[in-house]
Design a protein around this ligand. Structure first.
Ligand code: KG4
Ligand code: ZN
Length: 348
């Protein structure tokens, strides 16, 4: 505790960001250090898991010290350690989990394992200090595209998801095909600003009526076919037009399906979360659609959309408040399902 506030030290290392944060009362960020490995992985065109783990290992103690320095706290002030234990890359997760367990044991602090996707949703609690469940959330990350019914701070159910590629995955693959490289999402977002979203009509795949699932492989194949046909005919493609048209198709599908879910459940607040949630066209489209339907739209600032430990600090705080703890047997679970807990239990 410091100044009457409950302090969570949170660790996130599920992919290619080593991040440590100190969060007060689950809502206020005192520090959120993000050491990104993007430059290292760019030369390989994507995240190389083995290299990511090695960099987490070299960086994590320094990033932890930096987070505590910036928050101006000592170990005596820390009340809880929260750590992402899944889903993610196994080697990368293990570095965070082992570090958190070592600190919890050495400093005699309670520990709680945090679901990465629960963390992404919780970024909204930091952005909107008054936000409370229930609400509907759409999680859009490199590996997930899900419509989630958030019934409590640490409870949610999946209403729908992608049947093939995640939205971020589709952005990354299309970016590679049109020569923008890694990381694809932000590069398509930027290129699309100079392009015409109506230049090419990529087919929107809307699944059967009433379904809350998505499919992006059709749009992705549409882009691949278009690019191949043009190249074979010796025509130059317009990268901004392809980027803008692809982005428009993906966003169209996302907005249509999620608003259908929000209306069906009669929910009044809709949140987005995850790396793709920082896409500028997507934010504008959701803003407009929600306004038309009289639904409150919330979204984290771009820095809270990417992988960061502050969101884990918020989610960990609420797990703790609800009575959940982890022991030194906490393990990394690379394919942890949304709503699932392993090694996170209710304290007696
Ligand atoms: O949530 P995140 O940082 O990591 C995972 O948990 O996967 O999401 C990463 C994904 C990547 O696919 C990246 O290309 C995408 O988010 N992304 C974006 C944008 N910024 C990041 N996609 C579209 N537009 C963006 N501005
Ligand atoms: Zn993430």
């Amino acid at each position: 505790m410091k100044d009457g506030k409950f302090l969570t030290l949170a660790i996130e290392s599920s992919c290619d960001e080593t991040s440590v944060a100190v969060v007060a009362d689950g809502r206020t960020v005192l520090s959120d250090i993000i050491s990104s490995q993007i430059k290292i992985h760019t030369q390989f065109g994507g995240v190389v898991p083995e290299i990511a783990s090695r960099h987490h290992l070299t960086n994590i103690n320094e990033v932890t010290e930096q987070a505590m320095r910036e928050a101006d706290v000592t170990w005596d002030d820390i009340d809880l350690i929260g750590v992402t234990y899944g889903p993610g890359l196994i080697g990368a997760l293990l570095i965070g989990v082992a570090t958190a367990k070592a600190y919890a044991f050495a400093k005699n602090k309670p520990l709680v394992g945090v679901h990465h996707i629960q963390g992404h949703i919780s970024a909204n609690y930091i952005q909107y200090p008054e936000l409370k469940p229930p609400f509907m959330a759409m999680v859009l990350s490199g590996g997930h595209t899900n419509i989630i019914n958030v019934t409590d701070y640490n409870k949610c159910t999946v209403l729908g998801g992608t049947r093939d590629d995640a939205a971020g995955e589709a952005f990354d693959k299309v970016a590679r095909v049109i020569g923008l490289g890694y990381p694809g999402g932000p590069k398509i977002d930027k290129a699309a600003k100079e392009g015409n979203p109506h230049a090419i009509e990529f087919k929107r795949v809307m699944l059967e009526k009433g379904s809350m699932d998505f499919s992006f492989s059709g749009i992705k194949t549409g882009v691949l076919n278009y690019v191949n046909t043009e190249r074979q005919a010796g025509r130059e493609i317009s990268v901004p037009d392809v980027a803008a048209s692809f982005q428009a198709a993906v966003v169209d599908v996302l907005v249509t399906h999620s608003l259908h879910a929000v209306k069906e459940y009669g929910i009044k607040t809709f949140a987005i979360a995850g790396g793709v949630a920082s896409n500028s066209h997507l934010r504008e489209a959701f803003e407009k659609a929600c306004k038309e339907e009289g639904i409150e739209f919330v979204h984290p600032s771009p820095i809270l959309c990417t992988d960061n430990a502050a969101m884990i600090g918020s989610a960990g705080y609420y797990e703790f408040i609800k009575g959940y703890r982890s022991g030194t047997d906490l393990n990394a679970v690379p394919n942890l399902q949304i709503g699932e807990k392993q090694g996170v239990f209710l304290a007696k």
